[in-house]
Design a binder for this molecule. Sequence first.
Ligand code: FES
Length: 138
Amino acid sequence: MPQFIVATVQEIPPGGRKIVEVAGRSIGVFNLDGVFFALRNRCPHQGGPLCAGALGGLISSPGPGEYHYSRAGEIVRCPWHGWEFDVRTGRSWCDPKKMRLMNYAVSLEPGAKLAEGPYVAETFPVTVEGTYVVIETK
Ligand code: FES
């Protein structure tokens, strides 16, 4: 697979990102606490510039009145319509087509898998060679 040097390690500090053009594709390279990830800068919803979106975390609730904030800076929110994707996997965290204001029976189930949506942003392998960040395209 072709490899492309896209940055030096110093150019993308922890919590930072750089959007690059590689082989005709816009790709966002993210540094999450020293580990690099790359996502296609094209939202699976309607093609928005996903990688330019705000970074946030996950909020989960074990019960009414209790919440837990985790994975700060690891979820990117598309600037066009707000769909959220996991920077580590490219997986969506909601399925807006299924969101409706109706009442449903409620039960408690373990596991974050229940919250994941069916959409996946394209991801690319990232390595650090010396002081350079390198991505592979398919
Ligand atoms: S284009 Fe990204 S949420 Fe609509």
